[in-house]
Design a binder for this molecule. Structure first.
Ligand SMILES: [Fe+2]
Ligand SMILES: [Fe+2]
Length: 225
């Protein structure tokens, strides 16, 4: 989707940047496909012809990546702490996550640039558009992972469904601390002049500022476990 959307851009520099993201996403896709095959996990992959490659789809994907990467950083941070994966596997994902940090950084800068270019750069307009973008993304993620699963709206990002089952004693607080800490760590590698995704880290920091927030385990311990 990213590769096809890149091909529609007139600005050669933007086209080149997006094409690179397309190459990286394709590589992530191949890596995940290989892992799914290796572990025998059946997954429905949407046919390429049905993919929406419009600007709207890319914007939806961008906001989803902002959410997915923030929580993904946190989950992998926890996985590293408890040495859930062998180090060679963790090392591979270190590159993937660094690339994701670059994608979300690119996205928030690209969309701010595009809004200014189209005369929609006023602070209030940007804030409203960003809020709407996140609401749309959350709706798509929730719809994708809803138990009914029969909706037409499908997110294309990588979600965290089931990931918590691996972390028995983890509290919401320690999970969010991992998200904030790892998010800071990956984004620190980006050029300091660039803007960064700010919405989720700000909400998470606010929640962590409340002393009573998230002391309960993410996964309730089951009596049979
Ligand atoms: Fe990716
Ligand atoms: Fe990405």
């Amino acid at each position: 989707m990213v590769t096809r959307f890149a091909e529609t851009l007139a600005d050669p520099l933007m086209r080149e940047a997006l094409a690179m993201q397309g190459i990286e996403e394709t590589r992530h896709g191949r890596l995940l496909a290989e892992m799914l095959k290796r572990y025998g996990i059946p997954v429905d992959v949407p046919a390429q012809e049905t993919l929406d490659c419009s600007e709207r789809a890319f914007i939806d994907f961008g906001y989803e990546e902002c959410i997915d990467s923030f929580f993904g950083f946190g989950i992998f941070g926890l996985a590293r702490q408890i040495q859930l994966f062998v180090p060679t596997l963790t090392d591979i994902f270190e590159y993937v996550l660094l690339e994701e940090a670059r994608h979300v950084t690119f996205f928030v800068n690209w969309i701010a640039y595009e809004r200014i270019r189209r005369g929609r750069g006023a602070m209030a307009v940007q804030a409203l558009s960003t809020a709407l973008g996140y609401v749309r993304a959350v709706k798509r993620i929730v719809t994708t992972f809803a138990p009914s699963g029969g909706s037409k709206v499908k997110g294309v990002g990588f979600g965290a469904e089931g990931a918590f089952k691996m972390f028995g004693g983890v509290t919401w607080r320690s999970f969010l601390q991992s998200c904030v800490g790892e998010n800071d760590r990956y984004l620190a590698a980006m050029d300091a002049q660039l803007i960064r995704p700010r919405v989720l880290p700000a909400i998470a920091r606010m929640a962590l500022g409340l002393p009573s927030f998230g002391r309960r385990p993410v996964v309730a311990s089951s009596p049979s476990a």
